[in-house]
Design a protein around this ligand. Sequence first.
Ligand code: E4P
Length: 223
Amino acid sequence: MEFFLDTASLEDIKLYKTLGLVDGVTTNPALLAKEGQDPLEQVRKIASMVSGPISVEVTYTESDKMVKHAIRISKLADNVVIKIPASTAGLAAACVLKEKGIKLNVTLIFHPSQAIPFIKLGADYVSLFVGRVEDFGLSNKDAIGQIRESIDMMQSPTKLLAASIRNPEYLLEAVNAGSDALTVPPSCWEKVYNNPIFQLGEKEFLESWNQLPAALRKNYETY
Ligand code: E4P
């Protein structure tokens, strides 16, 4: 299973590489804008830090413009994967880009049906947005398994990428429900480890340990 980091921050990538959590990176226009840098340079820098796939999104909604943009940005680095929105225009663009051998990550999938034509086409990744529908009071967790089933039924090489993973519950669901890859933002990993029960447990163990006379602790600590 591939673990991508959902960020355009070089500092985050550097940190999470040391944690073994950067098999690749997914960016989007909002993440690149957040960094306030030249997006082309930022993508080049990311691609030089990570050997796995780096998803970079087109910023057009019309098919012909998507194709032209995708061809240009695909040349930024060998490991760039082009993110195409899961719209009709996106599908038309994907058909052309697939023919040209450009790697594709189909983004903004909210309902499994959106993924079907791209699975048929054999796009490299389909990104199901699990968390974002929460903003509308909905849950998209079941869709992970549904898309898994579609890919298997259609015997497609497309990989299921669980995206918009905003909390530990979605992270677990993405891993266990059949994703081939998931992209997790640093904010979600922070939630996983800023768990107050874990923190209290760690604190209590060390407080108890410190009750032991220092001379006795020393042997163990310097062993
Ligand atoms: C996926 O590739 C997107 O960049 C990302 O997962 C979107 O997450 P969000 O819906 O939390 O913004």
